[in-house]
Design a protein around this ligand. Sequence first.
Ligand SMILES: Nc1ncnc2c1ncn2[C@@H]1O[C@H](COP(=O)(O)OP(=O)(O)OP(=O)(O)O)[C@@H](O)[C@H]1O
Ligand SMILES: [Mg+2]
Length: 346
Amino acid sequence: MPFRFKIKWFSLESMDVAIDLGTTNTLIYALGEGIVLEEDSMVALESKTGKLITAGKEVKEMLGRTPGDITIIKPMEDGVIADFKVVEEMLRYFVEKAQKKRLFLRPRVVVAVPSGITPVEKRAVINSVEESGAREVYLVSEPIAAALGVGLPVREPAGNMIIDIGGGTTEIAVIAMSGIVNKVSIKIAGNELDEAIQIYMYDKYNLAIGKVTAENIKKRIGSAHPSIKNEEMEVRGRDLIAGIPTKVIMDSEEVRESMMETLGLIKNAIKKALSETPPELASDILEKGLTLTGGGALLRGTDQMICGATGISVMLSEDPLRCVVKGAGMILENMEDYRELLMDSK
Ligand SMILES: Nc1ncnc2c1ncn2[C@@H]1O[C@H](COP(=O)(O)OP(=O)(O)OP(=O)(O)O)[C@@H](O)[C@H]1O
Ligand SMILES: [Mg+2]
Protein backbone atom coordinates (compact mmCIF):
# COMPACT_ATOMS: atom_id res chain seq x y z
CA MET A 1 0.00 0.00 0.00
CA PRO A 2 1.69 3.20 -1.14
CA PHE A 3 0.10 5.26 1.65
CA ARG A 4 1.68 3.12 4.35
CA PHE A 5 5.02 3.21 2.69
CA LYS A 6 4.86 6.98 2.58
CA ILE A 7 4.18 7.27 6.30
CA LYS A 8 7.02 4.94 7.13
CA TRP A 9 9.41 6.83 4.93
CA PHE A 10 8.43 10.10 6.48
CA SER A 11 8.78 8.86 10.03
CA LEU A 12 12.41 8.05 9.32
CA GLU A 13 12.89 11.69 8.47
CA SER A 14 11.42 13.10 11.66
CA MET A 15 13.96 14.68 14.00
CA ASP A 16 12.29 14.37 17.38
CA VAL A 17 13.50 16.70 20.10
CA ALA A 18 13.39 17.34 23.84
CA ILE A 19 13.28 20.96 24.96
CA ASP A 20 14.10 22.68 28.24
CA LEU A 21 12.22 25.92 27.73
CA GLY A 22 13.71 27.86 30.64
CA THR A 23 13.22 31.42 31.82
CA THR A 24 16.85 32.19 31.01
CA ASN A 25 18.06 29.41 28.71
CA THR A 26 16.49 27.16 26.08
CA LEU A 27 18.21 23.85 25.36
CA ILE A 28 17.35 21.30 22.68
CA TYR A 29 18.24 17.63 22.62
CA ALA A 30 17.83 15.79 19.30
CA LEU A 31 16.92 12.11 19.20
CA GLY A 32 20.03 10.02 18.56
CA GLU A 33 22.29 13.08 18.59
CA GLY A 34 22.31 14.62 22.10
CA ILE A 35 22.27 18.32 22.97
CA VAL A 36 22.27 20.32 19.74
CA LEU A 37 21.34 23.81 20.91
CA GLU A 38 21.91 26.02 23.97
CA GLU A 39 20.64 29.57 23.64
CA ASP A 40 19.36 32.43 25.78
CA SER A 41 15.56 32.59 25.92
CA MET A 42 15.29 35.98 24.25
CA VAL A 43 14.43 37.45 20.88
CA ALA A 44 15.09 40.67 18.98
CA LEU A 45 12.13 41.98 16.99
CA GLU A 46 11.72 44.81 14.50
CA SER A 47 9.79 47.34 16.60
CA LYS A 48 7.53 48.48 13.76
CA THR A 49 6.54 45.13 12.28
CA GLY A 50 7.18 42.74 15.17
CA LYS A 51 9.23 40.58 12.77
CA LEU A 52 11.84 38.35 14.37
CA ILE A 53 15.39 39.52 13.62
CA THR A 54 17.24 36.92 15.65
CA ALA A 55 17.03 34.94 18.91
CA GLY A 56 19.35 33.51 21.54
CA LYS A 57 22.96 34.39 22.40
CA GLU A 58 23.24 37.12 19.74
CA VAL A 59 20.38 38.96 21.42
CA LYS A 60 22.03 38.83 24.85
CA GLU A 61 24.98 40.74 23.40
CA MET A 62 22.59 43.47 22.24
CA LEU A 63 20.89 43.86 25.65
CA GLY A 64 20.83 47.45 26.87
CA ARG A 65 22.45 48.66 23.67
CA THR A 66 19.65 48.55 21.09
CA PRO A 67 18.37 51.48 19.03
CA GLY A 68 14.63 52.24 19.11
CA ASP A 69 13.81 50.22 16.00
CA ILE A 70 14.76 46.95 17.72
CA THR A 71 12.78 45.55 20.63
CA ILE A 72 14.19 42.81 22.83
CA ILE A 73 11.76 40.43 24.52
CA LYS A 74 12.28 37.67 27.07
CA PRO A 75 9.08 35.74 26.44
CA MET A 76 9.43 33.43 29.47
CA GLU A 77 8.77 34.70 32.96
CA ASP A 78 9.10 32.76 36.20
CA GLY A 79 9.30 29.48 34.31
CA VAL A 80 6.14 29.98 32.27
CA ILE A 81 5.13 31.64 29.02
CA ALA A 82 4.61 35.38 29.32
CA ASP A 83 4.35 36.10 25.60
CA PHE A 84 2.69 33.29 23.70
CA LYS A 85 3.31 34.57 20.13
CA VAL A 86 6.96 35.32 20.75
CA VAL A 87 7.67 31.92 22.36
CA GLU A 88 6.20 30.28 19.29
CA GLU A 89 8.50 32.26 16.96
CA MET A 90 11.51 31.75 19.19
CA LEU A 91 10.93 27.97 19.25
CA ARG A 92 10.44 27.79 15.52
CA TYR A 93 13.73 29.66 15.05
CA PHE A 94 15.58 27.40 17.52
CA VAL A 95 14.16 24.12 16.19
CA GLU A 96 15.04 25.14 12.62
CA LYS A 97 18.52 26.11 13.75
CA ALA A 98 18.91 22.78 15.55
CA GLN A 99 17.82 20.96 12.39
CA LYS A 100 20.52 22.90 10.51
CA LYS A 101 18.06 23.78 7.76
CA ARG A 102 17.71 20.12 6.76
CA LEU A 103 14.19 19.14 5.82
CA PHE A 104 12.32 17.09 8.37
CA LEU A 105 8.82 16.02 9.10
CA ARG A 106 7.15 17.82 11.98
CA PRO A 107 8.87 16.50 15.11
CA ARG A 108 7.61 14.80 18.25
CA VAL A 109 8.58 17.03 21.13
CA VAL A 110 9.09 16.41 24.86
CA VAL A 111 9.04 19.68 26.82
CA ALA A 112 10.12 20.14 30.44
CA VAL A 113 7.80 22.44 32.39
CA PRO A 114 7.69 23.66 36.01
CA SER A 115 6.03 21.19 38.39
CA GLY A 116 3.61 23.85 39.62
CA ILE A 117 2.27 24.61 36.12
CA THR A 118 -1.45 25.44 35.93
CA PRO A 119 -3.79 23.87 33.33
CA VAL A 120 -3.91 27.19 31.46
CA GLU A 121 -0.11 27.46 31.40
CA LYS A 122 0.10 23.84 30.21
CA ARG A 123 -2.26 24.65 27.35
CA ALA A 124 -0.10 27.67 26.44
CA VAL A 125 3.05 25.51 26.25
CA ILE A 126 1.34 22.83 24.17
CA ASN A 127 -0.15 25.40 21.77
CA SER A 128 3.11 27.29 21.38
CA VAL A 129 5.10 24.15 20.69
CA GLU A 130 2.45 22.86 18.26
CA GLU A 131 2.26 26.19 16.47
CA SER A 132 6.05 26.25 16.17
CA GLY A 133 5.79 23.07 14.09
CA ALA A 134 5.53 20.06 16.43
CA ARG A 135 3.48 17.02 15.50
CA GLU A 136 3.00 15.66 19.03
CA VAL A 137 3.81 17.33 22.34
CA TYR A 138 4.59 15.55 25.62
CA LEU A 139 5.23 17.25 28.94
CA VAL A 140 7.54 16.25 31.77
CA SER A 141 7.94 18.15 35.01
CA GLU A 142 11.32 19.78 35.45
CA PRO A 143 12.27 18.12 38.75
CA ILE A 144 11.61 14.66 37.27
CA ALA A 145 13.67 15.51 34.18
CA ALA A 146 16.46 16.99 36.31
CA ALA A 147 16.55 13.95 38.59
CA LEU A 148 16.68 11.61 35.60
CA GLY A 149 19.36 13.76 33.97
CA VAL A 150 21.51 13.59 37.10
CA GLY A 151 21.11 9.81 37.19
CA LEU A 152 18.96 9.53 40.33
CA PRO A 153 16.96 6.30 40.60
CA VAL A 154 13.57 8.00 40.17
CA ARG A 155 11.62 4.75 39.92
CA GLU A 156 12.78 3.20 43.17
CA PRO A 157 10.57 3.26 46.24
CA ALA A 158 13.10 5.49 48.01
CA GLY A 159 12.99 9.27 48.36
CA ASN A 160 15.31 11.64 46.50
CA MET A 161 15.23 15.39 46.91
CA ILE A 162 16.14 17.54 43.95
CA ILE A 163 16.68 21.31 44.19
CA ASP A 164 16.73 23.11 40.83
CA ILE A 165 17.69 26.78 41.02
CA GLY A 166 17.05 28.32 37.60
CA GLY A 167 16.73 31.89 36.38
CA GLY A 168 13.06 32.38 37.25
CA THR A 169 12.09 29.56 39.58
CA THR A 170 13.52 27.42 42.35
CA GLU A 171 11.88 24.03 42.40
CA ILE A 172 12.36 21.65 45.27
CA ALA A 173 10.82 18.22 44.90
CA VAL A 174 10.87 14.87 46.61
CA ILE A 175 10.69 12.11 44.03
CA ALA A 176 9.90 8.44 44.66
CA MET A 177 8.43 5.69 42.48
CA SER A 178 8.36 7.84 39.32
CA GLY A 179 6.31 10.60 40.87
CA ILE A 180 6.61 13.81 42.87
CA VAL A 181 5.61 13.14 46.47
CA ASN A 182 5.84 16.72 47.65
CA LYS A 183 7.21 19.94 46.22
CA VAL A 184 7.78 23.60 46.82
CA SER A 185 8.13 25.91 43.86
CA ILE A 186 8.99 29.59 44.32
CA LYS A 187 9.41 32.35 41.77
CA ILE A 188 12.73 33.36 43.31
CA ALA A 189 15.96 32.32 41.60
CA GLY A 190 18.93 33.70 39.63
CA ASN A 191 17.08 36.73 38.23
CA GLU A 192 16.12 37.90 41.71
CA LEU A 193 19.76 37.59 42.81
CA ASP A 194 20.75 39.85 39.90
CA GLU A 195 18.07 42.36 40.88
CA ALA A 196 19.23 42.30 44.51
CA ILE A 197 22.74 43.25 43.32
CA GLN A 198 21.31 46.09 41.21
CA ILE A 199 19.36 47.45 44.19
CA TYR A 200 22.41 47.22 46.46
CA MET A 201 24.56 49.19 44.00
CA TYR A 202 21.84 51.77 43.70
CA ASP A 203 21.44 52.18 47.48
CA LYS A 204 25.08 51.97 48.54
CA TYR A 205 26.94 53.63 45.67
CA ASN A 206 24.21 55.60 43.87
CA LEU A 207 25.23 53.55 40.88
CA ALA A 208 22.84 52.36 38.17
CA ILE A 209 24.03 49.11 36.60
CA GLY A 210 22.38 47.00 33.90
CA LYS A 211 21.01 43.48 34.39
CA VAL A 212 23.84 41.94 32.39
CA THR A 213 26.43 43.67 34.57
CA ALA A 214 24.66 42.49 37.74
CA GLU A 215 24.63 38.91 36.43
CA ASN A 216 28.34 39.15 35.56
CA ILE A 217 29.15 40.32 39.09
CA LYS A 218 27.22 37.36 40.51
CA LYS A 219 28.96 34.86 38.23
CA ARG A 220 32.47 36.26 38.62
CA ILE A 221 32.77 37.13 42.31
CA GLY A 222 29.42 36.16 43.84
CA SER A 223 29.26 33.66 46.67
CA ALA A 224 26.58 32.24 48.92
CA HIS A 225 28.89 31.21 51.76
CA PRO A 226 31.63 33.01 53.74
CA SER A 227 34.09 30.13 53.23
CA ILE A 228 34.48 31.10 49.55
CA LYS A 229 37.62 33.10 48.74
CA ASN A 230 37.00 36.83 48.69
CA GLU A 231 37.59 38.45 45.31
CA GLU A 232 37.28 41.94 43.88
CA MET A 233 35.93 43.33 40.65
CA GLU A 234 35.66 46.73 39.03
CA VAL A 235 32.01 47.59 38.34
CA ARG A 236 31.01 50.26 35.86
CA GLY A 237 27.68 52.04 35.74
CA ARG A 238 26.07 55.47 35.78
CA ASP A 239 26.32 57.71 38.83
CA LEU A 240 22.76 58.61 39.72
CA ILE A 241 23.63 62.03 41.15
CA ALA A 242 26.26 63.29 38.72
CA GLY A 243 24.60 61.45 35.84
CA ILE A 244 27.94 60.37 34.37
CA PRO A 245 29.59 56.97 33.83
CA THR A 246 31.66 55.92 36.82
CA LYS A 247 33.21 52.84 38.44
CA VAL A 248 33.55 51.27 41.90
CA ILE A 249 35.39 48.25 43.28
CA MET A 250 33.11 45.56 44.70
CA ASP A 251 34.08 42.36 46.55
CA SER A 252 32.51 38.95 47.17
CA GLU A 253 31.51 39.87 50.74
CA GLU A 254 29.42 42.75 49.44
CA VAL A 255 27.84 40.63 46.74
CA ARG A 256 26.86 38.06 49.36
CA GLU A 257 25.45 40.79 51.59
CA SER A 258 23.37 42.11 48.68
CA MET A 259 21.95 38.65 47.93
CA MET A 260 21.47 37.58 51.57
CA GLU A 261 17.73 38.20 51.78
CA THR A 262 16.99 36.46 48.47
CA LEU A 263 19.19 33.50 49.36
CA GLY A 264 17.29 33.36 52.68
CA LEU A 265 14.03 32.86 50.76
CA ILE A 266 15.56 29.95 48.86
CA LYS A 267 16.82 28.39 52.11
CA ASN A 268 13.37 28.76 53.68
CA ALA A 269 11.72 27.07 50.71
CA ILE A 270 14.09 24.11 51.06
CA LYS A 271 13.35 23.86 54.78
CA LYS A 272 9.62 24.01 54.07
CA ALA A 273 9.90 21.16 51.56
CA LEU A 274 11.85 19.09 54.09
CA SER A 275 9.31 19.76 56.81
CA GLU A 276 6.51 18.54 54.53
CA THR A 277 8.29 15.32 53.55
CA PRO A 278 6.80 12.08 54.95
CA PRO A 279 9.10 10.57 57.63
CA GLU A 280 10.20 7.45 55.72
CA LEU A 281 11.26 9.50 52.74
CA ALA A 282 12.90 12.11 54.99
CA SER A 283 15.07 9.36 56.39
CA ASP A 284 16.09 8.30 52.84
CA ILE A 285 16.97 11.91 52.04
CA LEU A 286 19.04 12.28 55.19
CA GLU A 287 20.98 9.22 54.17
CA LYS A 288 21.40 10.09 50.47
CA GLY A 289 21.71 13.86 50.70
CA LEU A 290 20.17 16.60 48.54
CA THR A 291 20.92 17.01 44.84
CA LEU A 292 21.44 20.48 43.44
CA THR A 293 20.81 21.36 39.76
CA GLY A 294 20.06 24.43 37.58
CA GLY A 295 22.33 27.33 36.61
CA GLY A 296 21.76 29.01 39.97
CA ALA A 297 23.60 26.11 41.59
CA LEU A 298 26.77 27.46 39.94
CA LEU A 299 26.81 30.34 42.40
CA ARG A 300 29.84 29.41 44.47
CA GLY A 301 29.10 28.20 47.97
CA THR A 302 25.42 27.42 47.31
CA ASP A 303 25.97 23.78 48.31
CA GLN A 304 27.69 24.83 51.56
CA MET A 305 24.91 27.32 52.29
CA ILE A 306 22.21 24.65 51.91
CA CYS A 307 24.19 22.09 53.88
CA GLY A 308 24.64 24.66 56.67
CA ALA A 309 20.92 25.50 56.71
CA THR A 310 19.64 21.90 56.71
CA GLY A 311 22.42 19.80 58.22
CA ILE A 312 22.08 17.44 55.25
CA SER A 313 24.86 16.75 52.77
CA VAL A 314 24.45 18.34 49.33
CA MET A 315 25.59 16.93 46.02
CA LEU A 316 26.17 19.52 43.31
CA SER A 317 25.39 17.97 39.93
CA GLU A 318 28.21 17.84 37.40
CA ASP A 319 26.54 19.81 34.65
CA PRO A 320 23.77 21.81 36.37
CA LEU A 321 22.64 23.82 33.33
CA ARG A 322 22.04 20.69 31.27
CA CYS A 323 20.40 18.24 33.72
CA VAL A 324 16.81 19.03 32.71
CA VAL A 325 17.36 18.71 28.95
CA LYS A 326 19.44 15.56 29.43
CA GLY A 327 16.62 13.96 31.45
CA ALA A 328 13.99 15.05 28.92
CA GLY A 329 16.27 13.62 26.20
CA MET A 330 16.45 10.28 28.05
CA ILE A 331 12.66 10.13 28.01
CA LEU A 332 12.63 10.93 24.28
CA GLU A 333 15.11 8.14 23.60
CA ASN A 334 13.02 5.59 25.55
CA MET A 335 9.51 6.87 25.18
CA GLU A 336 7.76 3.55 25.79
CA ASP A 337 9.84 2.68 28.83
CA TYR A 338 9.54 6.11 30.46
CA ARG A 339 5.92 6.84 29.57
CA GLU A 340 4.91 6.76 33.25
CA LEU A 341 7.18 9.76 33.90
CA LEU A 342 5.24 12.00 31.51
CA MET A 343 2.77 14.54 32.83
CA ASP A 344 -0.88 14.41 31.99
CA SER A 345 -1.17 16.99 29.20
CA LYS A 346 -4.73 17.93 30.05
N1 LIG B 1 28.54 30.67 37.22
C1 LIG B 1 27.36 31.06 37.67
N2 LIG B 1 27.22 31.59 38.92
C2 LIG B 1 26.03 32.00 39.36
N3 LIG B 1 24.88 31.91 38.67
C3 LIG B 1 24.95 31.40 37.43
C4 LIG B 1 26.18 30.94 36.86
N4 LIG B 1 25.93 30.49 35.59
C5 LIG B 1 24.61 30.65 35.39
N5 LIG B 1 24.02 31.20 36.47
C6 LIG B 1 22.62 31.59 36.64
O1 LIG B 1 21.78 30.50 36.35
C7 LIG B 1 20.50 31.00 35.93
C8 LIG B 1 20.05 30.23 34.70
O2 LIG B 1 19.95 28.88 35.03
P1 LIG B 1 19.06 27.87 34.17
O3 LIG B 1 19.53 27.89 32.76
O4 LIG B 1 19.08 26.58 34.88
O5 LIG B 1 17.66 28.59 34.28
P2 LIG B 1 16.37 28.34 33.39
O6 LIG B 1 16.17 26.88 33.24
O7 LIG B 1 16.45 29.13 32.15
O8 LIG B 1 15.24 28.99 34.31
P3 LIG B 1 13.95 28.32 35.01
O9 LIG B 1 14.29 26.88 35.27
O10 LIG B 1 13.76 29.10 36.25
O11 LIG B 1 12.85 28.53 34.04
C9 LIG B 1 20.70 32.48 35.63
O12 LIG B 1 20.10 33.25 36.66
C10 LIG B 1 22.20 32.64 35.64
O13 LIG B 1 22.60 33.93 36.06
MG1 LIG C 1 15.23 25.40 34.34
